[in-house]
Design a protein around this ligand. Structure first.
Ligand code: RB5
Length: 150
């Protein structure tokens, strides 16, 4: 699986740790869209970079990180076709895949520790979408987005 990752200045250490671990331990292809330093950037720019690449087929799933995960999840969900889930525990990660078919995982670099984040990522990568009634609900969400654009 090819994973795309991006963060703002609020989550650089967690992004780098997870990136290296996914490559070394899980043997996944990971494209890192930065950032890599402490200088302040705007999370919508980073969310936009990753979501455009994901929707263009450059990767299968995305992981976004900012200080709380809140801004990144709000920004990512502005894109039709992106279902971004801010997760704080493994249960949320599991359900975001089973019921919501989340294609972007969002984590808070200032709210979630490294060990918890690894558990969340592992569950999120391995769970599948259950489809059925949940697909109907995703279609209804897409319909809401179309309505809001018209
Ligand atoms: C940046 O200071 C912070 O606002 C950002 O990382 C994120 O937490 C926004 O939701």
């Amino acid at each position: 699986m090819h994973i795309l990752m991006a963060c703002d200045h609020g989550a650089v250490p967690l992004k780098n740790t997870l990136r290296d671990w996914l490559r070394a331990e899980h043997h996944l292809e990971v494209s890192d869209f930065g950032v890599d330093g402490p200088d302040s950037v705007d999370y919508p720019d980073q969310a936009g970079r990753l979501c455009r690449a994901l929707l263009a087929g450059e990767g299968e799933r995305g992981i976004l990180l900012c200080g709380t995960g809140l801004g990144m999840s709000m920004a990512a969900n502005r894109f039709a076709g992106v279902r971004a889930a801010l997760c704080h525990d493994e249960h949320g990660a599991r359900m975001s895949r089973r019921h919501n078919d989340a294609n972007v995982l969002v984590l808070g670099g200032r709210t979630t520790g490294e060990a918890v984040a690894r558990g969340i990522v592992e569950v999120w990568l391995n769970e599948g979408f259950e489809g059925d009634r949940h697909r109907r609900r995703l279609e209804k969400m897409d319909q809401l987005m179309k309505e809001s654009e018209s």
